[in-house]
Ligand binder design. Structure first.
Ligand code: WT7
Length: 651
């Protein structure tokens, strides 16, 4: 990447400062926190580590032998104690820890003392299955309370969990089990999704037929035999309810070393074999605790809802470990946002008086497409903070979120981080920083982010480059499970001594960071570096456009030419004229060089199950290549349909 001649996003400069009331009451209200943390980041993180319960204090806060970090060396603690026991012993025994809602409308609330009993019973059940400290447990569950309980139960006995998202196939489950050598699996008969049943146990059976390491399987009965018939293999499978019925509600927590493994979580990335991201205990817990406290401003009075699935890192860090370490009340929802109707999320906010709501731009754009009348018909005045994560949020969606969901009153925290970083790295402290729509603002205190050129030199404001992190942080991945060589190579080899995020970014003159998506998604059009998300952001500003995905197609003269895949909003019709109008619209907004050569209308875009647009597949379609692996897609039929359509439009 070289000269940035087109910082289109930066042209939107309106700022949203925190209200004086919000600022005064915020967990972080002193702007000095940034300088203080920068002067001594390790001491800054230690302050938060001191707010956790340790069974033995650490001797040394950080040992940094690049690319290997160890935090809080010699310290002993247990993550489940920090997320549950200490709140029961404190003043939160009868406070709701989890308010759960199933897709069919069933609900269950667990107080902190009830959660403690459930976690202990589950921990004892795992022991009865032969699971020991140091083992790996695979978890393949729908979004039911037993999922959060299973994570904490593993943590209690010192077994590492490896959660596999309940929407993944049996092959994905099999590969992840084999890679980490899990000896036990926790699954369910099934889970609800859009009124239908996902047959989890049947899918799991196909996976474990090929994974000799799995000795025992615990099966939660979520659905019942009529709709989710299961075959229990004698000696291997047992019902969860039978296992916990006999289990004691007390279980002595293991004193884990700060650097003992807490979990492994696989991330597929854009290519190649999934990477088992390896996280440990003390540093991770410190990082998620501190960021949840300061970025979400968690207070005892809050009802906090993160809409992610615990199958992703967002759910690990900001449904389970971060909020529970803070003693928060968390809403957890099992199903789809459009079941039974497209207002389900707003109904949940209204019903449980949610105060903090954390979701993804792809969801926000979908809600925009569904129409304002749905949130407008619900009482959303309980909200006091909104969050976004997963991809860059375009200013259009940011403003809609702010106005239509936040009533123009509440701060938005756009949080940049990765499975690898474990916790939030770039986000506003909402009581301190003015936000700008589309910017994740500044690094969290103690984090040193930079934007560099191809040689690793820091770039001045306004120049696009590689986003890197210059200092170790407590929740950073320790390695890739079983492949330390790949760990060094992927993250630490391009620039000596700095962590390569793989994202492009540009800093503005206030030092705010604007994320540009994956570096692979930056096009080189006639010598200009153009990020696909800049075009996408411009396209969705057109009233007819709901969502778009832009890719660079190989071009004889220009190198690459932009091609846009577009979905239209309700009330608009795709047509040749609209396509021409959109080309012109983008050309006027961003300059002629950005004008897309092709616009292809589609009903849906191919997305991974975590909501990321699969641009690699769109490039394959646009360049007429044989399609690669589509198994991680939420709906593989979308791609096949698009390929046929593209071929006929071209022809
Ligand atoms: C990638 C990490 C972090 C939990 C969910 C995704 C993109 C994430 C933002 C944001 C711009 C973002 C980046 C990053 N990303 N949050 N707020 N603004 N981009 O975890 O699957 O590991 O993906 O998601 O490209 O590298 P993940």
């Amino acid at each position: 990447m070289s000269i940035d001649d087109n910082p289109a996003l930066l042209s939107y400069t309106h700022r949203f400062p925190p209200s004086p009331e919000f600022g005064a009451a915020a967990n972080a209200s002193d702007p000095d926190i940034y300088d203080r943390a920068a002067a001594d980041p390790v001491a800054f993180w230690e302050e938060f580590a001191h707010e956790l319960d340790w069974m033995r204090p650490w001797d040394q806060a950080l040992q940094w032998d690049c690319p290997h970090a160890k935090w809080f060396l010699g310290g002993k603690l247990n993550a489940s104690v920090n997320c549950v026991d200490r709140h029961v012993e404190g003043k939160r025994a009868n406070k709701a820890a989890i308010i759960w809602e199933g897709e069919p409308g069933d609900t269950r609330t667990l107080t902190y003392s009830e959660l403690l009993a459930e976690v202990c019973k589950a921990a004892n059940a795992l022991k009865s299955m032969g699971v020991k400290r140091g083992d790996r447990v695979a978890i393949y569950l729908p979004m039911i309370p037993e999922l959060a309980i299973s994570l904490l139960a593993c943590a209690r006995i010192g077994a590492a969990h490896s959660v596999v998202f309940g929407g993944f196939s049996s092959e994905s489950l099999r590969d992840r089990i084999m890679d980490c050598g899990a000896t036990a699996l926790i699954t369910a008969d099934g889970g609800w999704r859009r009124g239908g049943v996902v047959q989890l146990k049947q899918i799991a059976d196909a996976a474990i037929a090929e994974t000799p390491s799995i000795a025992k399987v615990a099966v939660v009965q979520r659905i019942g035999a009529e709709k989710a018939p299961v075959q229990m293999v004698a000696g291997r499978d047992a019902w969860w309810h039978d296992l916990v019925a006999d289990a004691s509600p007390e279980c002595e927590p293991e004193a884990m070393d700060s650097e003992d493994t807490l979990f492994i979580l696989y991330t597929s990335g854009s290519t190649g074999k999934p990477k088992g991201i390896h996280h440990t205990t003390g540093g991770y817990l410190t990082g998620v605790y501190a960021t949840a406290k300061l970025v979400f401003d968690l207070k005892d009075s809050d009802v906090y809802w993160c809409t992610a699935d615990i199958g992703w890192v967002t759910g690990h860090s900001y449904i389970v470990y971060g909020p529970l370490a803070n003693g928060a009340t968390c809403v957890m929802y099992e199903g789809a946002p459009d079941t039974p109707a497209k207002d389900r999320f707003w109904r949940i906010i209204e019903k449980h008086k949610v105060t903090i709501f954390y979701t993804a731009p792809t969801a926000i754009r979908t809600f925009m497409k569904w129409g304002d009348h749905l949130p407008n018909a619900c009482d959303l005045t309980s909200l006091r903070l909104l969050g976004s994560v997963g991809e860059p949020i375009n200013p259009e969606a940011w403003l809609w979120y702010h106005e239509t969901i936040g009533g123009g009153r509440v701060p938005i925290v756009d949080t940049w981080w990765q499975t690898e970083t474990g916790h939030i790295m770039i986000a506003p402290l909402p009581g301190i920083l003015a936000t700008k729509p589309g910017s994740a603002t500044r690094p969290f205190p103690g984090i040193e982010a930079d934007v560099v050129d191809e040689q690793g030199n820091s770039l001045p404001a306004g120049r696009k480059g590689y986003l890197v992190l210059r200092k170790p942080w407590p929740g950073m991945l320790r390695s890739i499970w079983g492949d330390d060589e790949r760990y060094s190579q992927v993250y630490w080899s391009k620039f000596a001594g700095v962590y390569l995020t793989g994202d492009g970014a540009v800093r503005d003159s206030d030092g705010y960071l604007w994320l540009m998506g994956r570096v692979d998604d930056i096009m080189l059009v006639a010598g200009h570096n153009i990020s696909t998300m800049e075009l996408e952001s411009a396209l969705v500003e057109h009233p007819a456009v709901a969502e778009s995905a832009v890719i660079g197609k190989t071009h004889d003269i220009k190198g690459q030419s932009p091609v846009a895949f577009v979905t239209v909003r309700e009330g608009f019709t795709a047509s040749h004229e609209l396509g021409e109008e959109l080309k012109k619209f983008v050309g006027q907004k961003l300059g002629a060089v950005c004008r897309p050569d092709d616009i292809l209308f589609t009903a849906d875009l191919p997305k991974t199950r975590s909501g990321k647009i699969m641009r690699r597949l769109l490039r394959d379609i646009a360049e007429g290549r044989v399609l690669g692996d589509t198994t991680t897609l939420a709906d593989p039929a979308i791609v096949a349909g698009l390929r046929d359509k593209y071929a006929s439009d071209e022809g």
